[in-house]
Ligand binder design. Structure first.
Ligand SMILES: NC(=O)c1ccc[n+]([C@@H]2O[C@H](COP(=O)([O-])OP(=O)(O)OC[C@H]3O[C@@H](n4cnc5c(N)ncnc54)[C@H](O)[C@@H]3O)[C@@H](O)[C@H]2O)c1
Ligand SMILES: [Zn+2]
Ligand SMILES: [Zn+2]
Length: 380
């Protein structure tokens, strides 16, 4: 057993002191895990666009100083009272939305919106006692979505940790902890395209390309990628996207362009941009009678979705999802197995790698729209 058990651990963390200012690597104190909590040594983390929104805090509630990060892989260091299904040494993926296994949502086959542990972007403390486990000179530093993986050690509720195959390479399966599972599940679990159908994917970042991968696995015959950034199209060819549309190339709404390309609309669409206009287009581009649109992107807190009700009356369905409707503890281990069985490739999503001390470079890449996922190695 590690000699840190029950002790405060001093380690490096990347602290967001203020909105939009570069993160600062600081020495933080990480308190031991309390009841139903687990302290995890993070080995790899990667940057998802959701981290960037809450760091910029332009369309979100500012909560600072904060340790961001939610896409990661690590090893259990110690467990708090009452934790029975994880022990030191277990390999885990943290997930921003949890699974208590007891509430009505966890017992429902349809939902992953756990009543106790569903995503809460404004809370910066642990749910057990309303305190933070991070501090610098006694001053608390806030958590982010219950994970705060931009730290060498973090404390996470046991319900937000998926125990995975110890043979799975953590530097690869790290990206299954948010983006790739989210996109894949949005298509396979929520949009559910039929074989031979057409699927539009709005936003060709890692989440959108994972959604495209889901469409390919489901046997879609046309996968239409929509993005404003033309450099995305070259990359997207590796992900089974068959056609590309840049809304900037047309002087009419992109939903009309897609309707013309597909004789009335696509069978399914998956929105992975976070832009409210793209969300509306993604809904309005699906075929009447059977089309289903799935929203995945995280909107600004004041955004309002506006469409004519006739679009719904005409038998279109609008849905949304967190984490691709996967239940983190029950379902994520089997998504990891899909990678282990070579049914799912993860390497192509990891386009960059930086050391933890260079974490701000990962933010710069995402802001410039370069690459997909940037892996951050905590040991360097
Ligand atoms: N619902 C969930 O559980 C969940 C989980 C993870 C990420 N997300 C969200 O999914 C979205 C995608 O995340 P990512 O990490 O892949 O981001 P990303 O920045 O890598 O990719 C987003 C892509 O969308 C494109 N885009 C932006 N506005 C557009 C518009 N109006 N029309 C067409 N394309 C547009 C960008 O050019 C970019 O290529 C983000 O909003 C993120 O917060 C949601
Ligand atoms: Zn994410
Ligand atoms: Zn629950």
């Amino acid at each position: 057993m590690a000699d840190t058990v029950g002790q405060v651990i001093k380690c490096r963390a990347a602290v967001a002191w203020e909105a939009g200012k570069p993160l600062v690597i600081e020495e933080v104190e990480v308190a031991p895990p309390q009841a139903m909590e687990v302290r995890v040594k993070i080995l790899f983390t990667s940057l998802c666009h959701t981290d960037v929104y809450f760091w910029e805090a332009k369309g979100q509630t500012p909560v600072f100083p904060r340790i961001l990060g939610h896409e990661a892989a690590g090893i259990v260091e110690s467990v708090g009272e009452g934790v029975t299904d994880l022990e030191p040494g277990d390999h885990v993926l943290p997930v921003f939305t949890g699974e208590c296994k007891e509430c009505d949502h966890c017992r429902s086959e349809e939902s992953n919106m756990c009543r106790l542990l569903r995503i809460n972007v404004d809370r910066g403390v642990m749910i057990g006692d309303g305190q933070s486990r991070f501090s610098i000179n006694g001053k608390p530093i806030y958590h982010f979505v219950g994970t705060s993986t931009f730290s060498e050690y973090t404390v996470i509720h046991v319900g937000c940790l998926a125990k995975i195959n110890p043979l799975a390479p953590l530097d690869k399966v790290c990206v299954l902890s948010c983006g790739i599972s989210t996109g894949l599940g949005a298509t396979l679990n929520v949009a559910k395209p039929k074989k031979g159908s057409s699927v539009a994917v709005f936003g060709l970042g890692a989440v959108g390309l994972a959604a495209a991968e889901g469409a390919r696995i489901a046997g879609a015959s046309r996968i239409i990628g929509v993005d404003l950034n033309p450099s995305r199209f070259e990359e997207a060819k590796k992900f089974g996207v068959t056609e590309f549309v840049n809304p900037k190339d047309y002087d009419k709404p992109v939903q009309e362009v897609l309707a013309e390309m597909t004789d009335g609309g696509v069978d399914r669409s998956v929105e992975c941009t976070g832009n409210i206009n793209a969300m509306i287009s993604a809904f309005e581009c699906v075929h009447d009678g059977w089309g289903v649109a799935v929203l995945v992107g995280v909107p600004h807190k004041d955004d309002v979705f506006k469409t004519h009700p006739m679009n719904l009356l005409n038998e279109r369905t609008l849905k949304g999802t967190f984490f691709g409707n996967y239940k983190p503890r029950t379902d994520l281990p089997s998504v990891v197995e899909k990678y282990m069985n070579e049914e799912l490739e993860l390497e192509k999503f990891i386009t960059h790698e930086v050391s933890f001390s260079e974490i701000n470079k990962a933010f710069e890449l995402m802001l410039r729209g370069e690459g997909l996922r940037c892996l951050i190695r905590m040991d360097a």
